[in-house]
Design a protein around this ligand. Sequence first.
Ligand code: GLP
Length: 240
Amino acid sequence: MKWIVCKDYQEMSRRAAEMVAQCLREDPNGLYSFPGGDTPLGFVREFVGLVNSGKADIRRASYVSLDEWVGLSSQDSGSCGYFNRQELLDALRVPFAHVHLIDGAAEDIEKERQALDTFIHQYGPLTVSVLGIGLNGHLGFNEEGSSFEGGAQVIPLSSTTKKVMGKYFDRERILTHGITQGIGQIMEAKTVILLANGEHKADIIRRALKGEVTPLVPASILQRHPNAYCILDEAAALEL
Ligand code: GLP
């Protein structure tokens, strides 16, 4: 995995958006996926700016969300789908050709898991997978111990995720599982872009980028991806 250290969050966001725009030029019919969470906000806004000013063309491309809290849909503030809708899909002046947002509130979550696999099978494999990283190294909701292979998963939330998740919601949420693209699907992406900012991510970034490749640090598998980039700010790169 190559890493690109940027002076701050804004530069990290801009570099990532430009990289995705370049991939779109090379593969305008491809399948693109972005994460939820705090990290990608600047990136998504930069990307929307590039699309809305005609510098990136998404009209033939497809989009799939990375993950979702089981129990929440894109109507619930703080959910990944809500972020995707508000910051990306509703902000774009032109739409993607095909979109799949994971519905974590689906009555039949197994059927929803299969629908995610089906969409990725139909329009994929992923051209670009943009990812954030959890404090425990999770990718999407692939928590510690998740398999490095295979498709969409429904996974119990780790204690680390449960500790952190309060920051996304304006009221208390009792959530126990996440639904997520599998690491196998992420590893099949032509290009992977891992984003990280802030000093609190420095330790896990070192373990993911330089440590042993182990399911205990799911993001460490990206060391084996042939075209993976970590774009991070100076604070997150402190221990590299
Ligand atoms: C969340 C999500 C991930 C996200 C990660 C980092 O729980 N499941 O998709 O990338 O944790 O989140 P943040 O960017 O808020 O630090």
